[in-house]
Design a protein around this ligand. Sequence first.
Ligand SMILES: [Zn+2]
Length: 213
Amino acid sequence: METFSKTLQHATDFQPVEGDLEGTCCMCGEHTTHGNKKKFGNNFTCADYISSGDVICPYCQHLVSNSNKYRRTMFLLTEDSFKPFKKKDIKEIIFNLPSDKDFYLYLTKTWQKLGYILMNHARNSAGTKDITCIVDYNIITFTLPDLQEKYELCKRLREYKISKEVLETASFEVHHYRRLNEAYGNIKTRQLINKVNSYKNNPVWDLAIYICD
Ligand SMILES: [Zn+2]
């Protein structure tokens, strides 16, 4: 499978940005004789997020030069299509990922981080069960059945006007108990709440909450 920036080039046919430095690209790890100076935007401490390497290759340089375009959207990339999308489309995209093609998936909660520089950590081969995506600067791996189950639970609890914050922190209050109790009865309510408790700090649970309305 090709690196993220080369796959993007195939899909969108952008013009690579050629420099004259030889070295290893700090984003994709490829050797190049047309590298560019390793320089990112202001206020970005790249050391925490990028691999070793001394230049930026012509393909990855396109990303850095068009940073605003790539950090202000979510996207799904396959070898023949680059699909930017917004929050409202996330469920549709994530539950209908391509099964017969390699793909890269980028999600964001901030719409400003340079998370795209981590895309090479999130290559998905066609038909994989373990899906890896980047969410801002986080790498998250999940299976669809697991995400689906957590999403359904989240949706169910959201119907009882339980806030996303309560779901994330499992900080239920008396009035939440009461509302669920009326609908589900005591035993079922305890089960639901125990489940949410066990999902605390689980990145797939946090993702399920994020994609839920
Ligand atoms: Zn590169």
